[in-house]
Write a protein that binds this ligand. Structure first.
Ligand code: ADP
Ligand code: MG
Ligand code: ZN
Length: 601
């Protein structure tokens, strides 16, 4: 199974529960899978599909979700297709022939299609190895996203009595779970529940006073990172998007008041990395599986913890560090109450008010945010310190993922990113279908010089080696030759419990050796062919990991350090931009960042 995982998907290890679920499905038994967004549910039916004779049928509620998954599978060389209202008749006929010939491994369909008797009859003539119901909570009226079309799925069991069924969802209360089992008529299903903790997400609550400059700061941390900003009202999204545009950001508003074409195009541009920032009401998000959203910001207070968890869940599906920041003011509670007062049904009014109250508690409490979220969903959280919320680690906000992001060669990363966009446009697929950010980051860390070493990287499977390997390796070789950089050996990645610092250790070790020679930052950057910001990142990590190693020779001149220290105090935080604003141009970002290390120690 591991060999197939690497060969087709380029991954080395299973995520928690994936191997168990796949084994269970291959034994042809029913199951319900409850895993948070980004947990890796799709693989639980995609891998068995490749290992079984016949075709796996996947039911998915939204055309956009289907399309992304099918594009991604095809880029991995897997025979997958979709049939829905967006696919033309001629194309459908071709897909049907492919299915009849037995060469199609996965067929994605919308529930409406399954309601058509002729389609159903055709399906029954095929060998179906597995039926996967994605977003299975849509079948339940008790869920937040009920879709009447999902009701037609009740007749799947009698129509396909011998085929195992797998229901998957990220949101299920006990009631919804029971409903899924009953409606789909699952047979003695095993229920797999994984932890809902999202270890790569950091959580922070910031005061809403002066929110805009803090927001701008957050967005400037990484000039390419995709971000979603949630606002309370349609007018609010338009206004904020306008302000961001004035500051030079590529931002667009998205809400239910826009016509469906505009909405679809906005969503498409976001997925293709053309629009970096979406300012949305909650109408945005359900239809996208974009794996590299690095920031989810709540500019206004969400109405419940469920909503908050779900919306923040859209960050960091690819497992890379991502931030969730909420701007909090009591004034927002009043806005919600205004609408709550309009609710006629007393019980309902009470229930909604209670949910809001729990959201307020989240903002006002002084204990771990992650713990609160997990407890809310009935999960025990044993850790005393999560090390990635603003309570457990005050410096986490808003300047996190400079201290937490794995370091890599930014300059090369940008070049790789351009190549990715170019290939994606040629093939008319979203960039993440070519390679995810983590794959590019590994390229910009290990500088593979041959296809053999390229093949070891995260997310590089058989098909991607042959389709994209030569171009990427060529770019990396040219880049590293120009800078005299050698390839680094990539250690074996361990998905769980692995400290990113361990994984990237060779690069740190090299910088550390240069520190021992007491080289200046500029010299280190030159020797290593990296930009000084990257070296600075290494120093921060090395300093945290090995405080015994003296960096004293890099300490800024004492009168400047005193001024910088005073400015940090005045700013009340550890972010660089406010301090730069106080001190002005005479102090470079590099110097402030360096000084910050000496503040901490
Ligand atoms: P979900 O449906 O649970 O929200 P997805 O199936 O979309 O999650 O997976 C989220 C991301 O994780 C995808 O980019 C997927 O390719 C990746 N992924 C899944 N399984 C693994 C794995 N075993 N190792 C590494 N990445 C994985
Ligand atoms: Mg999914
Ligand atoms: Zn915490």
């Amino acid at each position: 199974m591991r060999a197939i995982l690497k060969k087709h998907f380029g991954y080395e290890e299973f995520r928690p529960l994936q191997a168990e679920i796949i084994t269970h499905v291959l034994a042809r038994r029913d199951a319900v899978v409850l895993m948070p967004t980004g947990g890796g549910k799709s693989l639980c039916f995609q891998l068995p599909a490749l290992m079984s004779a016949g075709m796996t049928l996947v039911v998915s509620p939204l055309i956009s979700l289907m399309k992304d998954q099918v594009d991604t599978l095809q880029a991995n060389g897997i025979a997958a297709a979709q049939i829905n209202s967006a696919v033309e008749g001629a194309a459908i006929a071709k897909i049907k022939r492919q299915a009849e010939s037995g060469s199609l491994k996965l067929l994605y369909v919308a529930p409406e299609r399954l309601a058509m008797p002729s389609f159903r009859a055709w399906l029954k003539t095929l060998t179906v190895s597995l039926i996967a119901i994605d977003e299975a909570h849509c079948i339940s009226e008790w869920g937040h996203d009920f879709r009447p079309d999902y009701r037609t799925l009740r007749t799947l069991r009698p129509d396909f009595p011998g085929v195992p069924m797998l229901a998957l969802t990220a949101t299920a209360t006990a009631r919804v779970r029971q409903d899924i089992v009953e409606q789909l008529r699952l047979r003695q299903p095993q229920i797999f529940v994984s932890s809902f903790n999202r270890p790569n997400l950091s959580y922070a609550v910031r005061s809403k006073r002066h929110a805009f400059p803090v927001l701008v700061d957050l967005l400037r941390q990484d000039s390419h990172a995709s971000a979603i900003i949630y606002c309370f009202s349609r007018a609010g999204t338009e206004k904020l998007a306008g302000k961001l545009k004035q500051c030079g950001f590529v931002a667009e508003a998205y809400h239910a008041g826009l016509d469906s074409d505009t909405r679809r195009q906005t969503q498409e541009r976001f997925i293709r990395d053309e629009t970096r920032i979406i300012v949305a009401t909650i109408a945005f998000g359900m239809g996208i599986d974009k794996p590299d959203v690095r920031l989810v910001i709540h500019y206004d207070l969400p109405k419940s913890v469920e909503n908050y968890y779900q919306e923040t869940g859209r960050a960091g599906r690819d497992g890379l560090p991502s931030q969730c920041v909420l701007f909090w003011s009591f004034g927002d509670v009043m806005k919600h109450r205004f609408f709550i007062r309009e609710i006629a049904d007393q019980d309902e009014q009470h229930r909604v008010e209670e949910k809001l109250h729990q959201m307020v508690q989240y903002c006002e409490q002084r204990s771990c945010r992650r713990q609160y979220l997990l407890n809310y969903f009935g999960e025990q959280w044993a850790e005393i310190n999560c090390r990635s919320c603003d309570i457990c680690l005050p410096s986490v906000a808003p300047d996190v993922a400079s201290t937490l992001a794995p370091t890599f060669d930014r300059e090369l990363f940008e070049k790789l990113r351009q190549l990715r966009t170019q290939l994606a446009n040629q093939r008319r697929v979203p960039p993440f279908v070519i390679f995810g950010d983590r794959s590019l980051q590994e390229m910009a860390t290990y500088y593979p010089q041959s296809l053999a070493s390229f093949a070891r990287l995260y997310g590089v499977g058989q098909r991607k080696i042959s389709d994209f390997g030569p171009q990427f390796v060529q770019l990396i070789r040219r880049y590293s030759a120009g800078k005299n950089i050698d390839e680094l050996a990539r250690p074996v990645w361990r998905e769980r419990g692995a400290d990113p610092a361990d994984v990237f250790s060779p690069t740190y070790e090299e910088t550390k050796a240069l520190v021992k020679q007491k080289l200046s930052i500029v010299e280190m950057a030159k020797r290593r062919g990296l930009v000084s910001g990257t070296i600075m990142g290494h120093l921060e990590k090395i300093h945290l990991a090995d405080p015994a190693l003296s960096l004293d020779y890099l300490r800024p001149d004492s009168s400047r350090l005193t001024k910088i220290t005073a400015a940090f105090k005045k700013s009340g935080g550890l972010s660089l931009s406010p301090v730069r604003k106080i001190l002005g141009e005479a102090y470079s970002y590099d110097e402030l960042r360096l000084a910050r290390m000496f503040l901490r120690s």
